[in-house]
Design a binder for this molecule. Sequence first.
Ligand code: ATP
Ligand code: MG
Length: 564
Amino acid sequence: MKTGGESPGNFIRKIVQEDLASNRTGGRVVTRFPPEPNGYLHIGHAKAICIDFGIAREFGGKCHLRMDDTNPSKESMEYVEAICRDVKWLGWDWGEDLYFAADYFERMYDVAVDLIRRGKAYVCELSQGEWKEYRGVPTRPGKESPYRNRPIEESLDLFKRMRAGEFPDGSLCLRAKIDMSSPNIHLRDPVLYRIMRARHYRTGDKWCIYPTYDFAHPLEDVFEGVTHSLCTLEFEVHRPLYDWVVEQVNPPIRPMQHEFARLNLSYTVMSKRMLQELVQGGYVKGWDDPRLPTIAGLRRRGCTAAAIRDFAERVGVTKYESLTDIALLEHCMRDDLNKRASRAMAVLRPLKLVIDNYPENAEETFEALNNPEDPSAGARPVPFSRELYIERDDFRENPPPKYHRLAPGREVRLRYAVYVTCTSIIKDADSGEIVEIHANYDPASRGGGTPDGRKVKGTIHWVSARHAVRAEFRLYDRLFMVEEPARAAGEDGDFKKFLNPRSLEVVEGWVEPSLASVPPGSHYQFERLGYFCADSDSAPGRPVFNRTVTLKDTWAKIERSQPD
Ligand code: ATP
Ligand code: MG
């Protein structure tokens, strides 16, 4: 996928431009984002949100946030609140236009009664099994229900009694009378209402019949004056039914449905059912676990809203299904964090370095730049003393070729500070593990230069042991070991067997003292280690950091290798 410069096309933009040119909608552009509050939003929803709200903003229209809550069994207020929080955090504003499909139940019922009166719908008594059999398959026409032509009065009466709760769940349903021989199976007298005794988080026990998605959705759009109903490709085959329902109520401006390809992201799952399973099964620590592709998880991990919007823009709006490389999302995170994240020094896997020729009780401070990308971010003092922590990985007793960091007899630069040369190693007598290394520093190298102009090849980061603050670091890796866990598992297969057992590693290390009490949500680039974000589990003097993303950018390499 080419992503440099111009973003891929947006065919929906063209459609809206044409509609405005032909005055189909009287100059109005109203879109909606219609999540079902049965889970938290994920990065796929973020794509839809950016399209829905983005198109509205581009054409001076508006976008409604609508809870598509017509299926009570799995919906809840917790999800409604999470959805609102996430859409807002992404930077979009629905203004006054927050709606609930459940608020339309009475109006939907009236439309259904009207359809029955006009001979366009009937109450059917076929069992689920029979109904499926009668419906047939796309290649063969279906069979008409024996109840299809029952008297209108009889259907009206039964529908009223369905609502009144006279019949058990699933025993009767209301069906549209359309065309049992249509090659489009969704037009074969689809179900409009079913009996379902389930408490609704918004309407309580008021209803025991609920409208189906196919009936409810076009009506919601009509009631709200939506002009462009944008959704994902799996609804394409439902469009003739959508249009049929709209035609029945015949509003002055008809909403039109347009479909775009859903976002699929490698090494993760995005269906709410699967995410639900991971959360409820305890495979992750809640909907905002930083390993999940949920908006809440990405936020907690340290991904910014700007990075997600940039990602959505780069993915573009197309009609074909594809798999987006998670490296693209990571690239967008780095791109944004590079501009906004303060630099700081942290040591994740500490090894003590003692500078023998540095006075025992002395200390001094060095100036460190907060962000080389942003001079206005200024500098901060970093304390330095005789005992430091360096990264275990920055020392090798037997350095391999091209290893430019510290080793016996080798000299390196300590970032922002001085040059040190390793003089000796102290090992644990029993295990043989290196527990401490000793070095001498060159006092003439303060501030990075030496009088004789000699160069050193390696620069390593450090923190002063006496001043450093203990910190927890949570290092995340891909949640799954395979690119497409859902596909690899197959229908009804267990996608969880592809979970990466090493998706989370927790280490205890040190950070420079300026980070002792960082507010959760603050972004840092720990030099040479990656971008990190202070977690909400942080306490004063005891920070916890999530690694948002490492510094190595595989996507930038892919991009650079593309011909212009
Ligand atoms: P899921 O398949 O994850 O359970 P859903 O389609 O059931 O999602 P809804 O709450 O109904 O979830 O989705 C709200 C809107 O978000 C719909 O218009 C849907 O088309 C869109 N959407 C859902 N998943 C994606 C995705 N992966 N990419 C783009 N848009 C999506
Ligand atoms: Mg859905």
